[in-house]
Every structure is written in C-alpha cells, then in structure tokens.
Design a protein around this ligand. Structure first.
Ligand SMILES: [Ca+2]
Length: 129
C-alpha cells in the first residue's frame, strides 16, 4: 500500500515538472514570433495609421500617427524621417514645413516611400489630401 502511494506521488511530481517545462517553453516561442515580426521592416505599422521612420526602408525609430487630422508638427522629430508608410486608406500629403506649409509630397493610400530622397530629414507635418 505504501508503495502505491509513493508511486502515485512520484507520477504527480513528474506531471508537475512537465507542466512547468511547458509553461517555460511556451512564452519563449511567442517571443520568438514577435521578434520575427519586428524583423520585417514596416510590419510594425498598424492599419489606419501613418508611420514615419528615422531610417530608410522603414527602420530606425518609428512615429505612428493614427489621428484623422494628421500632425501639424513632429516636434523634436521634425526633419528626422527617411521613409514613410501610409496605411490610412486615404491619400496623405507630407510637408517640408510645420502647419502644412512648404513643398508638398503626396503619398497615395496604402503606399510607401522606402527612401524619401529629396524629402529625407526634411518632413515636418502631414494631413489628408
Ligand atoms: Ca522641415
């Protein structure tokens, strides 16, 4: 009788360890998936948002704007962006100056510029157009 109880206890412990191992493995697999998603440039830009990146090809620091009115200034981030994505479903115009002033760069809905070229490190506002 004692042996049977001991065996049952050992089995319970074994299951408990297996469950703990599963719990340890599962989150790390999820983290790997997130890392993979982030490694695809631009994949961090959500639907209905405008995303501006401080480096070409949608890399570097990203500014995500979900506002329907756009931005009349990027503040300290003015003149720092080198690539942009428009996932708003509407055409968006980017401007060299604050308050939608200066030379204008239109970006059609669901399009992107991987290299802003003449507009690199120059954009300071955007709005629907
Ligand atoms: Ca500017």
């Amino acid at each position: 009788m004692r042996h049977k109880i001991a065996a049952a206890t050992a089995a319970t412990v074994a299951v408990g360890v297996a469950t703990m191992l599963m719990a340890v493995v599962a989150p790390s697999a999820g983290a790997a998936e997130i890392e993979k998603a982030r490694s695809t440039p631009g994949s961090d830009c959500p639907v209905n948002a405008v995303c501006l990146y401080t480096e070409k090809k949608y890399r570097g620091t990203v500014l995500v704007d979900r506002g329907a009115k756009g931005r009349n200034s990027y503040g300290n981030a003015n003149d720092t962006f080198e690539s942009i994505i428009n996932r708003t479903g509407e055409d968006v115009c980017f401007f060299r100056d604050e308050d939608f002033q200066g030379p204008k760069l239109p970006l059609h809905h669901d399009k992107a510029f991987s290299d802003l070229q003449a507009y690199a490190d120059a954009l300071s506002s955007h709005q629907r157009c």
